[in-house]
Design a protein. Structure first.
Length: 132
């Protein structure tokens, strides 16, 4: 819950009227996703220059990424080195601020993921890159 009794406001999961904040929505949707995929492996935190931070882990041989953008940006490519990823495949994207799911295609080469269609990111995002 927000705490605004001092000089500095401390934001929580909900505001003073108990409306959920972005953090609460991200937690809700991420919890639902991780419950579905039965995550059993610890993730690796990486900094991606110009985009933000991400956590990568594998699930049943597929690469999963949780992306925390620094600012709103259009994502066409993602410069990140990943082990055991196929050169081309399909993916599953979930905007963690609202839970909207969509599919994507990708190609991977030279430590870069290139998406078939660019997409706008302004809030944390979950990506699952599925081996075909």
């Amino acid at each position: 819950v927000d705490h605004d009794r001092g000089y500095f406001v401390h934001n929580g999961f909900v505001d003073r009227r108990y409306n959920p904040r972005l953090t609460a929505m991200v937690f809700r949707h991420l919890y639902g996703i991780l419950k579905k995929i039965n995550l059993l492996q610890r993730g690796v935190w990486k900094n991606v220059q110009g985009v933000g931070n991400l956590i990568s882990f594998t699930n049943d041989g597929d690469i999963c990424l949780i992306l925390f953008p620094e600012k709103e940006t259009e994502l066409k490519t993602l410069n990140v080195s990943l082990n055991s990823i196929t050169k081309k495949g399909s993916g599953w994207i979930v905007d963690l601020s609202n839970g909207i799911e969509s599919k994507c295609g990708y190609a991977y080469s030279d430590q870069r993921i290139k998406f078939e269609k660019p997409f706008l990111i302004s809030a944390p995002l979950f990506l699952k890159l599925i081996k075909d």
